[in-house]
Write a protein that binds this ligand. Structure first.
Ligand code: AMP
Ligand code: GLY
Length: 424
């Protein structure tokens, strides 16, 4: 079959790498892709939010399946766009329709969903400009730190963890009355802080059945020892040692089953991935957030551990018979180190020539923010390359990914050398 993958990051490189290994994949197109995705298929210069362009391309190239990488087109309704068009409606789209994508697109929607289905999550209330004073009062009562979340998509920046009541009240005021995060913060969820260690759990669902993909841990801070500014993610590891069978059973019983059943019972058609951001609080799982897509850089650690044919699994999602498909997961450990541009996550350097990729021996290099300038690979994004090593032993995987990252060079490059070592 012919597959169109939407997106241009490390996640999409890992997807493209895995899709292209399937005997069921005839032609693979990636829109818009990057210098790395071009190794596994054909890049197409169409933006992920250009629904008309994507639809036209899908018809022209006889696309049989569309896999959506990032959240933005899902929240904006790309799946609905296909379903509402007579010519496109029979092309399956992997990723929820607009309503289901609200699990990520609206923090208030997702919190209310969790409350309706008794899914463990931090206590919270949602406020708008009109209820600012109630918000101030609530902040004073829920204990410190206080977590503020802009309701809408804010490019990963909409969550603030405030250490004092005054700070939280000032920030709430700025979010609601001064549009600190634009429209995204016209409504703000105020919630209790959960103390624990985070992990990412991924579920693939056809709306009725589900498969639990390998879990992963993401390292969000720019600095070693988890210090400094938040980033999109500086590395990941899968599996996560503290997510043992007993913990994962709790996750399945208390979170995954109520989530999939809840969507179905509310008639929210959902075919795609559910990314559950969890806090492990003394062995008990609590939901921090849902995303309606796979994680980045988690996908770069998750895909190498999936031994089954991803295309076959996606067909199961599309056709509603995921229960008949097999998901085999490798026991090996995947470690991913993200190489980023100088200055990231602030203003960062661009258009730097990347050298040394050919010297990498024990890892897979997934491109994220790269492009081809004639024959030369150059940097275009903050997160540039994800270096993943799959090994029998966790220490070896971590050491190999880190050593391979050091074999690559671009001006101003940076990567954390401590990814995963805290878990040994
Ligand atoms: P989000 O944008 O929802 O992923 O939140 C960003 C980060 O804020 C999460 O990855 C957590 O590290 C942190 N966070 C969000 N909600 C909470 C909470 N209730 N308690 C503690 N940390 C949180
Ligand atoms: N790694 C976190 C995310 O993809 O949102």
């Amino acid at each position: 079959m012919n597959i169109l993958l939407l997106g241009s990051g490390g996640r999409e490189s890992a997807f493209a790498w895995k899709l292209s290994q399937s005997p069921k994949c005839e032609q693979l197109f990636i829109a818009p892709g990057n210098a790395g995705t071009g190794q596994y298929g054909t890049n197409v210069n169409i933006r992920v939010t250009d629904f008309e362009g994507i639809g036209q391309f899908a018809l022209n190239k006889n696309i049989d399946l569309v896999l959506v990488g990032p959240e933005e087109p899902l929240v904006k309704g790309i799946h609905d766009f296909f379903l509402n068009d007579d010519q496109l409606k029979n092309i399956p789209v992997i990723g929820p329709q607009r309503e289901g994508a609200q699990l990520e697109g609206s923090k208030d929607f997702s919190k209310q969903f969790m409350v309706r289905h008794n899914i463990p999550a931090a206590a919270s209330k949602t406020f708008t400009k009109d209820t600012l004073n109630d918000g101030f009062e609530y902040i004073a009562t829920i204990g410190l730190p206080v977590v503020l979340k802009a309701d809408g998509l804010a490019a990963g920046k909409g969550v603030l963890i405030c250490l004092s009541v005054e700070e939280a009240q000032r920030e709430l005021n700025e979010m609601l009355t001064e549009a600190k995060f634009g429209d995204a913060s016209s409504s703000v969820v105020v919630e209790q802080f959960l103390q624990g260690i985070e992990l990412s759990v991924f579920v693939m669902t056809d709306g009725t059945h589900y498969k639990i993909l390998p879990e992963a841990k993401d390292y969000k801070r720019i600095g070693e020892g988890d210090t400094g500014l938040n980033t999109g993610g500086m590395g990941s590891i899968s599996p996560v040692p503290f997510a043992d069978a007993a913990f994962m059973q709790k996750v399945e019983d208390r979170i995954i089953i109520p989530t999939v059943d809840g969507l179905k019972n509310e008639n929210i058609s959902y075919k795609g991935f559910i990314f559950i951001g969890l806090m492990n609080c003394e062995g008990e799982p609590w939901v921090i957030e849902y995303n309606c897509r796979m994680g980045d850089p988690e996908t770069e650690s998750v895909m190498p551990r999936i031994e089954s044919d991803l295309v076959d699994l996606l067909i199961g999602v599309a056709e509603g018979n995921l229960n008949e498909k097999e998901l085999i997961i490798s026991d090996k450990i995947a470690a991913t180190v993200m190489m980023v541009s100088g200055g990231y996550p602030g203003e960062y350097l661009k258009n730097k020539t990347i050298t040394g990729i050919e010297n990498v021996r024990g890892s897979q290099v997934f491109h994220a923010g790269t492009y081809l300038d004639n024959e030369t690979v150059k940097t275009s994004g903050g997160r540039v390359l994800a270096i993943t090593s799959l090994q029998d032993n966790m220490f070896v995987a971590l050491q190999q990914a880190t050593a391979d990252a050091a074999r690559i060079y671009f001006d101003g490059m940076y990567f954390r050398k401590d990814i995963g070592f805290d878990l040994l």
